[in-house]
Design a protein around this ligand. Structure first.
Ligand code: X2X
Length: 337
């Protein structure tokens, strides 16, 4: 009789108990890590990162629990870069150009009009150019995953009017991310660039602190920049990505087999995210038009000419050095500048 009662009680408690164990498991994983980024939760980067995090949890039998903090919830990019160095966050994705505030030559993949198309981007970033940059990043004591994630080819939006030629950029108050290369490029265009973290971009456009900004279509869409911008000019003036960075001590705290699972899943997610962004590029123009934007497709020639005449390419070749510049030119298959 006693045995039966006891069995019944255990049986009755079973359902809530399992739920409690699962919940406690989330908090007591061996490695409870934070991944911070600057993009909306709906952007493919966060969608694919969530998939990776779920698989990592499963494949490590719950040892690694990564929580994603999208949309600058833990701070703006320049703060997050300090955080990932100090260990305040364990993972962080960052544009190579903003990373150049710490690793100067990391921005080389963002040189204006360097990549004609994605056909050159992925072989370069998965090949010699990416390997060169990752080695530079590692010298700064950060861990970086092999596969860079896609941000995209950048387009210019404005509240004032369409960008038709380089002439249209003269005097334009334009937000650029915090990076010497971005400021240099728009200074070469004779614009008035303002360095502003992405966390502040929507409100800077809304309040008219700047007239425009530049970002790939997937961000113009997911961050709803069409609500505060009228014109979108398809300039493709640079390609941009996101390096997936890890704090070194946090990375090395994980045993090697666990690290391998984390790296594999993050890199797989990066490759899937690239495909998602490419798919979006094919459909987003229509969506942006239906959200009230006017889109034009200017010829790149005047922009390239302007950068060349301003000495932009010569200046940056000098900064990066001949070795790095040769790797870039080989990757893009042409002489720049
Ligand atoms: O800050 C931007 O514009 C963004 C979101 O594209 C980057 O992370 C560089």
């Amino acid at each position: 009789m006693t045995i039966t009662r006891r069995s019944l009680m255990i049986g009755a408690a079973a359902v809530p108990l399992v739920a409690t164990i699962r919940h406690a498991g989330a908090q007591s994983a061996e490695f409870n890590y934070k991944y911070a980024n600057n993009l909306p939760i709906s952007h493919p980067m966060n969608v694919r990162a969530q998939e990776a995090v779920d698989k990592i949890r499963e494949e490590t039998s719950g040892r690694v629990a990564i929580q994603i903090f999208p949309s600058n919830q833990l701070g703006a990019d320049t703060d997050m870069l300090s955080q990932v160095r100090s260990g305040g966050v364990e993972f962080f994705t960052l544009s190579p150009l903003i990373l150049s505030t710490l690793v100067p030559n990391a921005s080389i993949s963002g040189i204006g009009f360097a990549f004609p198309s994605y056909d050159q981007v992925w072989p370069a970033m998965d090949g010699d150019l990416g390997a060169y940059v990752r080695a530079e990043i590692e010298k700064a004591n950060l861990v970086v995953m092999d596969k860079i994630w896609d941000n995209g080819f950048r387009q210019i939006t404005s509240s004032a009017g369409p960008i038709e030629t380089a002439e249209s950029l003269k005097g334009m108050k334009i937000r650029v991310p915090v990076s010497p290369l971005w400021t240099s490029m728009f200074t070469a265009f004779e614009s008035a660039p303002a360095s502003i973290n992405f966390a502040e971009v929507y409100s800077a456009l809304q309040t008219g602190i700047v007239d425009g900004q530049e970002n790939p279509l997937a961000i113009i869409s997911t961050a709803k920049l069409y609500e505060v911008q009228k014109f979108c000019s398809i300039t493709n003036h640079m390609w941009d990505g996101f390096w997936f960075l890890a704090n070194k001590a946090a990375w090395e705290a994980m045993p090697e087999d666990v690290r391998a699972i984390v790296a594999k899943n993050l890199d797989e997610a990066a490759v899937n995210e690239r495909a998602d962004v490419a798919d979006l590029n094919a459909t987003l123009k229509e969506e942006l038009v239906s959200n009230g934007m006017e889109i034009n497709e200017p010829d790149a020639a005047s922009f390239r000419e302007k950068l060349k005449d301003a000495g932009f390419y010569a200046e940056w070749k000098g900064k990066y050095g001949d070795e790095a510049w040769a790797i870039l030119e080989k990757a893009v298959g042409t002489t720049l500048g």
